[in-house]
Design a protein around this ligand. Sequence first.
Ligand SMILES: N[C@@H](CCC(=O)N[C@@H](CS)C(=O)NCC(=O)O)C(=O)O
Length: 151
Amino acid sequence: MKLYSDAYAPNPRRVLWLMAEKGIADIEVVHVDLAGGAHRAPRFLDMAGVSAVPQLELDDGEVLGESLAICRYLESLYPKPNLFGRDPLETARIEAWTRPGRADVRYPPDARGALRPPGAGGRGAQPVPRARRHRTGDGRCSASPVRAPAG
Ligand SMILES: N[C@@H](CCC(=O)N[C@@H](CS)C(=O)NCC(=O)O)C(=O)O
């Protein structure tokens, strides 16, 4: 399998994190230079059908998009360690925790605990502030965290 990714892009990073946690080393990571527009090149579009990463190309040629779908697929193929929950409540907690994290994965460390799990201190149990997503103009996606209220 091949994972089409970009070093600066947060959505593929989600898949790369999952691969790192699971020690998956048999998926080739292919760098797609978003800044250079490689995701809009006919070769990439023919393969993926959309100009976005991540894309996972399976050995039979099928291409899966969407970081969450790819993560779930890899979770099934490489079940250890379990990252999606072992029972309904654990699964729901992980879902609740990762959904806001998905949008805000670009938060800097000073996001004041917003991404910490409940019970880990900080503001873990409180809503995560919204991120303002923007394009940098060169094809990369990025976000400016909306500043958390003082106090
Ligand atoms: N919902 C998709 C979002 C994919 C996405 O927006 N990827 C960005 C990189 S983080 C991208 O390829 N952007 C290129 C563009 O929009 O031109 C996912 O989770 O995989």
